[in-house]
Design a protein around this ligand. Sequence first.
Ligand code: MN
Length: 405
Amino acid sequence: MKIAIISDTHLGFSNKTERKEEALNNALNAFALAIENNAELILLPGDIFDSKIPLIETWFDSFELFRLTKNAKKSEVRILKEGKELFFRGIPVIAIHGTHELRSRDFKNPLEVLESAGFIFYIHANYLTAEKDNEKVAVHGMGGVPEKKALDVLKLYNPNPIPLAKNFLLLHQSIKEFLPTQDEMAATISISNLPKGFDLIINGHLHWHAEKAFDGGKLLMPGSTITTQMKKLESEKQKGIVLIDSESMNTFFIPLKNQRNLFYEKISFIEATPAQILERLETKIDVFLAQNRADLIPLIRIKLTGTLAKGLTQSDVDLNKVLSEFQGKAIFSVNKDFSSVEFKRRIQELRDLHKTKKSVSALGIEMLEKNLSETSFDKNFDIQRFFELLADEDIDKSIEFLLEK
Ligand SMILES: [Mn+2]
């Protein structure tokens, strides 16, 4: 049986921006690839929609998308639930909801609506079987739940592979090993928590393509069909669909045609001036634009970090000067996160203060000395005398002394 897996199409994503057509276009491309490659069953591990209450326009898009499968040549696969055959037209689609479509039990989620319209089979904490000739594939699934509760829900669901079939499990959660930070809010499920005995565990949610064999199973993340968060990992991998031959269990990744490129770069500076920063930024953007091979303008994400030259703050770096030059040539996400030298030095001074047992006035003179060394006052300036005048609160005389210099 030829099975196509398409994840995280996020219909309705960015629907107020210039990217408003991208989610549908990429999803149409993905479904067309599945049909071209003779998929007999399509699996969707969540986040078909970007929102749990899609706009009418997004519903309209989704109907256009699912008409592709409905009007395709009738698949020879039979879909059964508890031994009873279910009706469908064209190619059957089995889906779980993602975290974007999660609604409480009192409300219908968008996948239940799609199912009611005859476009998909929706599963949550149950399974369906797909059968053809002597082959049987059981598709189990657990829709996306808040990460904090994910491990508990998975344990409660406790899916069991059924005998004499290939067993697939659809999930839509974070998995600790794929995240950069160990955070309870971000993930509770580890690879070791994944149920055993499944031929393939298919996880949506994480938007980059990855496959990993583990003790007792194999994990497949098809990745999304659209870049939503401009993550570094996503800039290194293409968007596409995964095809599986359930007999051999071989998987093939097929990239989407004409997908938008994402370029990602982190640039750090040391005591930089705004001019230096803007020049580097401009050069980098030029390099990225030259690398773009797609017909669509690329996404460019640049993170600027490090320290600024003395006396400067973040607001002195005006990125708009450069970004407006490139208007219409890319979609930018550029952010600056500079810490000032000034702040770092103060912290260092406080640390030093802790270590030494110098008198307050000795420290005061040192600090004044340091500050003055960064100004145009010459070396002959009598710091000691100036400090004592200040310490004596003799402001008039202090100013007089400064003006003399
Ligand atoms: Mn998603």
